[in-house]
Write a protein that binds this ligand. Structure first.
Ligand SMILES: Cc1cc2nc3c(=O)[nH]c(=O)nc-3n(C[C@H](O)[C@H](O)[C@H](O)COP(=O)(O)OP(=O)(O)OC[C@H]3O[C@@H](n4cnc5c(N)ncnc54)[C@H](O)[C@@H]3O)c2cc1C
Length: 300
């Protein structure tokens, strides 16, 4: 982390040449030209308004679905985790969460109020903003079916509440209306969990996750989307690719759709391994796996 300075009227932290390896779950990736952590929502809006119109902006939550290339990211990276962390119940049927809230915290908040519907988020190691951008899901649950309304920000720093119907959403896919820059937060629908059935299921899901995923090793969860009618993990395993390595990146021996890294790994190792897996699976099975992880930045 290098020079810290404040822009006029902006209260958050602006860092230059901030290494993004420290902000991604793969623990790889080069620096951001500028890296901003707002003090709160108003601070974020003031910062966006202060940026030159042509500045490139990249959003970052917990970096749990991001491969940042070794040359880093040009322009400004805005990180909301730990900044926009407001959480509030709105009656019995809705919970409001700001975009920087950890998904597990949102799930726990609902659970302690005996509300059902957000338990699938308990094991997702990302933020609400990332979940909205990815339509994150697990165990049959998905982010967008729970959304009542979402607050977005435009490039001119105007904020607005939109309805889910304004977006095209699908499996790990979200298309926002033209001009939307990013998510500030959302109101989520929850139901009653009177007999604690949802809470019991959530605990079961977490136990299964620990048993089937390499949770202790740096990864970005599922590397590839499941193709229609099949599973990426099954296809990769059927090609004998568990344990396949390039540099410090390896196809997990526990879950074939996870790529894990070791200390000293480069983003280039991960990207090359993604490409090798894609090529071999395409040659041997005919399926062209599509990455679920987002790849950003420039090579070293
Ligand atoms: C061990 C492990 C298990 C996982 N399990 C699951 C799982 O079960 N289900 C699942 O769906 N995913 C899973 N993931 C992947 C990941 O956690 C999710 O995709 C998560 O939603 C990403 O959130 P994030 O905050 O880390 O986003 P990031 O990785 O920081 O960003 C992901 C994308 O969202 C964009 N983004 C982030 N915040 C905003 C914002 N406020 N406005 C606009 N765009 C934004 C970023 O620019 C980027 O394009 C797993 C990952 C790991 C490491």
């Amino acid at each position: 982390m290098s020079a810290v300075h404040r822009r006029n009227s902006v209260r958050g932290r602006v860092l230059h040449d901030e290494p993004l390896a420290a902000h991604t779950s793969w623990r790889v990736g080069g620096p951001a030209d500028r890296y901003f952590e707002p003090a709160d929502r108003e601070d974020l809006l003031a910062f966006i308004a202060s940026l030159p119109a042509r500045e490139t902006i990249t959003w970052l939550g917990l970096g749990s679905n991001l491969l940042v290339r070794d040359g880093g990211v040009r322009g400004t990276v805005i990180c909301l985790h730990g900044a926009l962390d407001g959480l509030a119940a709105a009656g019995d049927d809705e919970i409001y969460a700001e975009a920087g809230v950890h998904c597990a915290r949102l799930a726990k908040y609902a659970q302690t109020r005996h509300r059902a519907g957000l338990g699938f988020m308990a094991g997702i190691p990302g933020t609400v903003g990332g979940a909205l951008a990815m339509n994150a899901g697990a165990w049959g649950g998905e982010t967008w079916p729970q959304v009542v309304a979402v607050e977005v920000v435009y490039r001119d720093a105007r904020a607005e509440w939109l309805a889910p119907g304004d977006f095209h959403t699908g499996y790990r896919h979200v298309e926002a209306p033209a001009g939307v820059l990013g998510f500030l937060g959302a109101r989520f629908r929850v139901g009653a969990d009177e007999r604690g059935e949802h809470e019991r299921l959530t605990r079961e899901w977490l136990t299964q996750r620990k048993a089937t995923q390499p949770v202790g090793k740096p990864s970005a969860g599922s590397t590839f989307r499941n193709p229609p009618g099949d599973y990426a993990a099954r296809l990769i395993e059927s090609c004998g690719l568990k344990g396949e390595r390039i540099g410090g990146a390896e196809v997990s021996a526990l879950h074939a759709n996870f790529i894990v890294t070791e200390t000293g790994a480069k983003a280039a190792d991960v990207e090359a391994l993604i490409q090798r897996v894609r090529d071999l699976v395409r040659d041997r099975t005919g399926f062209d796996l599509q990455p679920e992880v987002r790849i950003v930045g420039v090579p070293a």
